[in-house]
Design a protein around this ligand. Structure first.
Ligand code: P1T
Length: 379
């Protein structure tokens, strides 16, 4: 099955009871048993739920993995991965990443004795310098949030395999429409399904996909033991969202290109961060590992100050000033005070998250309207 067909049919079967084309929303916490242990495969909805399982099978299919797991948020999915580790273990992570991920790593898991190295991975060979006998996980986000750095997943995977370390890739910005990290050698693919997979800004959810049975069993154990699962209604919504992922992403990419090019030509704009530009430092790697360049863009103005950035995001009318991304509607954010506020100023400024940075999630409206909105807001 090719990708577009998988978004609609991957891992799906018609409901056995009445043939319903979409799985029913099994809004139940528990399942009748005829005798203790005598059940039809479902005991309790933290462990399994048929609607969630249908979604988990879809996750596995679109990411070319074998096993999918759905969680109550993207961070809950990341939390499950880090719970594979023990005190004393070390993680090598990208230094530019979602602020909430950084907060989870530093404010929660460092307290449990796990050590994190945040490093620039634009040159993936840098990873090797931080590997030691305690290194158990490499954490890659690509494109990174919000600087749109591109990390070579295959190169990271070669290092991981050489040292017997797990490689996890946060594929939230790219989605499997653009890149499939398991095919590039990743062990775990993670998503904030809140974003493009759901696609309609109406659900908070996380996803993991793996290929290896032993790793899947460990993660299923954590999913059930820690219990950060999503409900059946949300599972249904994300399953519905995935069915249009390919056509939404195609438009996100087209509009992203139009907006990025407009911003790059604007006399008041200083820098535009988008991997589709030939002068993006890792454009070649992006071209190799991604099918297109997506609809996420960050930029700074020549004025280079906080007040100007705030004025622009407040003036936007079609773009909504909001956290999150990946929905059909265009959103704008100010990372320094919103999504990345939990990263200390000195740390975030090192990676480029300065006070004048604005991040756009370009939606699937008419590009002309989006450009006109930016034009009036920038002034
Ligand atoms: O919000 P949640 O579903 O828990 O997912 C966290 C997360 C993980 N990884 C990446 C790359 C993300 O962008 C996010 C969430 N990000 C936002 C809310 C944001 O506006 O950037």
């Amino acid at each position: 099955m090719k990708f577009n067909t998988k978004t609609i049919h991957g891992g799906q079967e018609h409901d056995k009871a009445y043939g319903s084309v979409m799985p029913p929303i099994y809004q139940t916490s528990t399942y009748a048993q005829s005798t203790p242990g005598g059940h039809k495969g479902y005991e309790y909805s933290r462990t399994h739920n048929p609607t969630r399982n249908a979604l988990e099978n879809a996750f596995a299919s679109i990411e070319n993995g074998k096993y999918g797991l759905a969680f109550g948020s993207g961070l809950a999915a990341i939390d499950a991965i880090i719970k594979l580790l023990k005190p004393g273990d070390e993680v090598i992570s990208t230094n530019d990443l979602y602020g909430g991920t950084y907060r989870l790593f530093t404010k929660v898991f460092e307290g449990f004795g796990i050590k994190f190295h945040f490093i620039g991975m634009e040159n993936a060979s840098n990873i090797e310098d931080y590997v030691n006998e305690n290194t158990k996980l490499i954490w890659v986000e690509t494109p990174t949030n919000p600087m749109m750095n591109i990390i070579d997943v295959k190169a990271a995977s070669n290092i991981a395999k050489r040292h017997n370390i797990l490689l996890a890739v946060d594929n939230t910005f790219a989605t499997p429409y653009l890149q499939q990290p398991i095919d590039l050698g990743a062990d775990i693919v993670m998503h904030s399904a809140t974003k493009y997979l759901g696609g309609h800004s109406d659900v908070v959810m996380g996803a993991l996909v793996v290929k290896d049975k032993e790793l899947a069993d460990k993660l299923y154990f954590i999913q059930n033991a820690s219990g950060a699962v999503c409900g059946p209604q949300d599972s249904f919504l994300v399953l519905r969202g995935i069915k249009t992922l390919h056509i939404r992403m195609q438009r996100h990419c087209e509009n992203g290109k139009a907006v990025a090019e407009y911003l790059a030509s604007h006399p008041k704009i200083a820098k535009v961060y988008w991997p589709g530009f030939e002068n993006h430092p890792n454009h070649k790697i992006a071209k190799n590992q991604m099918k297109d360049f997506g609809g996420m863009i960050s930029f700074t103005t020549k004025g280079n100050n906080y007040n100007e950035a705030i004025r622009i995001v407040e003036n936007l009318k079609i773009f909504t000033l909001a956290e999150s991304l990946g929905g059909v509607e265009s959103l704008a954010g100010h990372p320094a005070s919103m999504t990345h506020a939990s990263i200390p100023k000195e740390e975030r400024e090192k990676t480029g998250v300065v006070d004048s940075l604005i991040r756009l999630s370009v939606g699937i409206e008419d590009a002309e309207d989006l450009i006109a909105d930016l034009a009036q807001a920038i002034g």
